[in-house]
Design a protein around this ligand. Structure first.
Ligand code: PLP
Length: 400
């Protein structure tokens, strides 16, 4: 929907014609200089993959960083493959009598991709409009439960998903649960007691996440046996010997990506401080502009995201037009809902009103560890311009 007056007014705001676009995310991974010592190790050992020394070191250090001791983490080639490894290790492949995987529709497509790779038919469920989560109580009462072989709980935008209620659900129903905690690196490190346990969590270490190895992922779990099975699943099902003993694929992290991960862990305190500063500046400027209650930053969500939570579709469109006019990139990180993606159109699903509302109203704003005060000023000014373009909004917006 194109709001006529609102968009024209936004376009009329004075914007320097030569202003460079601000990208929605501007990752900063370790420099060549910081990588060099780790790459030199690879030159010496000439081990490039197959769970070599650097992957082992990275797994241990990541596990310690998350407060899980030495062996709570198994690296993977991506977050999507970490999900697949966790699924195969906990639920195995889909069975004919339980072919369905309950999957919230407000997530990134990878959640459903991983379920399909393990043979499950995704069944899309809605999320709570306030928590943005598919909650354990919603799963317990689901009418299709006797045909469900897997539940995917998603931690949207890096919010934590608590273990206790999902572990109880799994115990009571016998249905395995896997948490897509792609962007939860910071939350896991802050609350390992609540967020890590028997239910496996898949992390993404993709470049658009707060902590990254370029491409990468990890399975995080307190159950050592499950972690061993995930490791085997991501190595052709090989369990120690070259005998394929369970469903598997190649989802191993390479030594090169582990090198990036080790250098990124060394730089993590600086990275974290830089993201904190950007989030703080966003919050302060949004409050000054009267839209502090609509701009969502860390620590509620992961530092790689800043979201504008529009009240409705009209406000979302006005804000989007103003951002575009000011040459500011934005993104609906999870799209309109997985049920509206062509690949998943035919999947069974519930009514999804909250998914559709959140898909329209949660607008990803630019974020970067080095996002400058100047850039944030430009972004918040564009939000303000968009909001002023909606009649009657002014008085309302300034109350926040
Ligand atoms: C990033 C992300 C993934 C995919 O991770 P990759 O590392 O890109 O495979 C999956 N689920 C969610 C919710 C994500 O945000």
């Amino acid at each position: 929907m194109k709001p006529g007056a609102a968009s024209r007014q936004a376009v009329c705001r004075p914007i320097p014609p030569q202003a460079a676009w601000i990208p929605v995310f501007r990752p900063a991974l370790p420099t060549a200089e910081r990588l060099a010592p780790f790459l030199a190790i690879i030159d010496q050992t000439r081990q490039y993959s197959n769970y070599g020394g650097l992957v082992g070191r990275f797994a241990k250090r990541l596990s310690e960083t998350l407060g899980l001791g030495a062996d709570g983490v198994r690296p993977a080639v991506s977050g999507t493959l970490a999900l697949l490894g966790a699924i195969l290790a906990s639920a195995g492949r889909a069975s004919p009598d339980r072919p369905l995987a309950l999957c919230p529709a407000h997530t990134f497509v990878a959640t459903a991709n991983a379920a399909e790779m393990a043979g499950y038919q995704p069944y899309f469920v809605d999320v709570d409009v306030n928590s943005w989560l598919f909650e354990p109580a919603m799963a317990r009462n689901h009418p299709a439960l006797d045909r469900v072989g897997l539940v995917l709980a998603v931690a949207p935008y890096g919010q934590g998903v608590e273990q206790a209620a999902w572990a109880a659900f799994s115990r009571d129903t016998g249905i395995p649960v896997v948490i897509d905690g792609a962007a939860t690196f910071e939350r896991l490190a802050a609350f390992p007691g609540e967020l890590v346990g028997q239910v496996p969590v898949a992390l993404s270490l993709h470049a658009t996440k707060t902590f990254s190895t370029g491409e990468g992922g990890a399975v995080v779990c307190a159950d050592r046996g499950l972690l061993d099975r995930a490791t085997a699943a991501l190595n052709f099902g090989f369990n120690g010997e070259r005998i394929s003993s369970m469903p598997g694929t190649n989802g191993k992290m390479s030594e090169y990506h582990a090198a990036v991960g080790l250098a990124a862990l060394e730089a993590w305190p600086e990275t974290q401080a830089a993201f904190d500063k950007a989030a703080y500046t966003y919050r302060r400027q949004a409050e000054a502009a009267g839209c502090g209650d609509r701009v969502v930053t860390a620590p509620r969500i992961a530092s790689c995201y800043t979201l504008y939570h529009a009240r409705d579709a009209v406000e979302a469109a006005a804000v989007e037009n103003a951002l575009h006019a000011a040459r500011i990139e934005y993104r609906h990180w999870y799209g309109p809902g997985l049920h509206l993606e062509p690949a998943f159109r035919s999947a069974p699903r519930d009514e999804l009103p909250n998914t559709e509302q959140l898909g329209r109203c949660l607008i990803g704003l630019p974020m970067a560890p080095d996002l400058s005060t100047q850039e944030i000023f430009r972004i918040v000014a564009a939000l303000d311009a968009g909001l002023r373009g909606i009649s009657g909004h002014d008085e309302e917006g300034n109350n926040g």
